[in-house]
Design a protein around this ligand. Structure first.
Ligand code: RB5
Length: 148
């Protein structure tokens, strides 16, 4: 599994920690920046390229981090084909994939400690979409809202 990761200044330190955490497990990580800490940078400049890479199948799943995770999730969900959510609990980290086929997890670098974020990411990466008919039906209703 190839994982894309992106963060603004609010998520910069957590991104570094998560990248190391994933690489230690032998996972392939593509970093979409920020590459330097710049307190004036803007989260869409990093989150949108990551979101587009998910849709283009350049990466299998994404991790987007800003200060709260809110801006990252708003921005990412503008990209058709992305199913992003701000996660602040373990249950949603896996159920979001199992039921809702979440392909991008959004986290708050100013909200979560490193260990908690690592647990959410582990839960996110360990599961697959069930493909159950009821979930497909619900996702189809969401997809119909996507204006090309
Ligand atoms: C940037 O200071 C902060 O607003 C941003 O990282 C994020 O929290 C937005 O949702």
């Amino acid at each position: 599994m190839k994982i894309g990761i992106a963060a603004d200044h609010g998520g910069f330190e957590l991104k570094k920690n998560i990248q190391e955490f994933l690489e230690k497990q032998g996972l392939e990580v593509k970093d979409f920046g920020a590459y330097v800490m710049d307190k004036n940078d803007d989260y869409p400049d990093f989150i949108i390229p990551l979101a587009k890479a998910i849709v283009a199948n350049e990466v299998d799943r994404g991790i987007a981090i800003c200060g709260s995770g809110v801006g990252a999730s708003i921005a990412a969900n503008k990209v058709l084909g992305v199913r992003a959510a701000l996660i602040n609990d373990h249950f949603s980290a896996h159920q979001g994939v199992e039921d809702d086929n979440m392909n991008l997890i959004c986290l708050g670098g100013r909200v979560l400690g490193f260990a908690v974020a690592q647990e959410y990411i582990t839960a996110f990466l360990q599961v697959e979409f069930t493909g159950a008919e009821r979930h497909l039906r619900r996702l189809q209703k969401v997809k119909e809202l996507e204006i090309k």
